[in-house]
Design a protein around this ligand. Structure first.
Ligand code: GLP
Length: 251
């Protein structure tokens, strides 16, 4: 488990984008796809901007990349401005040479009686792609990763979940009010995330300092889903100084 603290977010995302670029080029040399697990929210936006910059300035190609997103709000059509489909399209997919048929997100409009089948198929698609080389994550104030709210067991798989009230309050400004925030989502499970070969959790700013401290130092368990990351053999907490400000080694 690595804790990688940078002076600011830009320095951190430059380092991560460089390592993703190297992973993509290495996979291309080996004649295989690079499988990238993607996240939404504010935390990964700078990373997507940096990857787009590398595409434009250095010709980094995403033609051999396959992506799987962590989650999607249940009930939102893909064209909804607040859907994660639209987030990914506008902030990343439309700006690089990634073939859209190599991108995957859970569906927001899957019929309720089809949800289990849809989630099982999502897991199978990840496995068929060879598993995720690198999963990027943010962290919610509840300690969620993806939308694995507390309590989420370590062996949880892709499934329909109910959003925590804190998560809905945090999302309310984007939805112009709490009443418009969906109450459910489809998310990869904790076990789905832990199957990735490498995981990088990004957190920026003072607002994340307390939950980052808990995720790293409080007793691990389903009430703190991000704490399960500690069990993974190649996980990095990529932090700016503000997000790292409450870590025990620093106090
Ligand atoms: C949402 C996403 C999570 C993300 C979290 C934190 O709930 N489903 O994957 O990590 O928000 O968001 P932010 O990065 O905006 O703080």
């Amino acid at each position: 488990m690595h804790i990688d603290i940078h002076e600011d977010q830009l320095a951190a995302v430059r380092s991560l984008a460089g390592s993703i670029a190297e992973g993509i080029r290495q996979a291309a040399r080996e004649g295989r796809h690079y499988v990238l697990g993607l996240a939404t929210g504010a935390s990964p936006i700078g990373l997507y901007e940096e990857l787009i910059r590398l595409h434009r300035s250095e010709g980094l190609s995403f033609a051999g990349v396959v992506t799987f997103n962590l989650d999607e709000y249940y009930g939102l059509p893909p064209e909804d401005p607040n859907s994660y489909h639209e987030f990914m399209r506008s902030r990343f997919f439309s700006q690089v040479d990634l073939p859209l048929d190599q991108t995957h997100l859970p569906g927001g409009l899957v019929a309720r009686d089809q949800v289990q089948h849809h989630c099982d198929a999502y897991e199978a698609m990840i496995d068929e792609a060879g598993g995720i080389d690198l999963q990027i994550l943010g962290i919610g104030r509840t300690g969620h990763i993806g939308f694995n709210e507390p309590p989420s067991p370590k062996d949880s798989r892709t499934r329909l979940v109910t959003l925590d009230p804190v998560t809905r309050i945090d999302a309310a400004p984007a939805f112009s009010g709490l009443d418009h925030v969906p109450t459910e989502a489809i998310t990869m499970g904790v076990s789905t995330i832990l199957r990735s070969r490498r995981i990088v959790l990004m957190a920026w700013g003072e607002r994340k300092a307390e939950i980052v401290r808990k995720a790293l130092h409080d007793p691990a368990g389903p009430e703190l889903p991000a704490s399960f990351l500690r069990d993974h053999s190649d996980v990095t907490f990529l932090l700016d100084q503000a997000a790292a400000s409450r870590l025990e080694a620093q106090t």
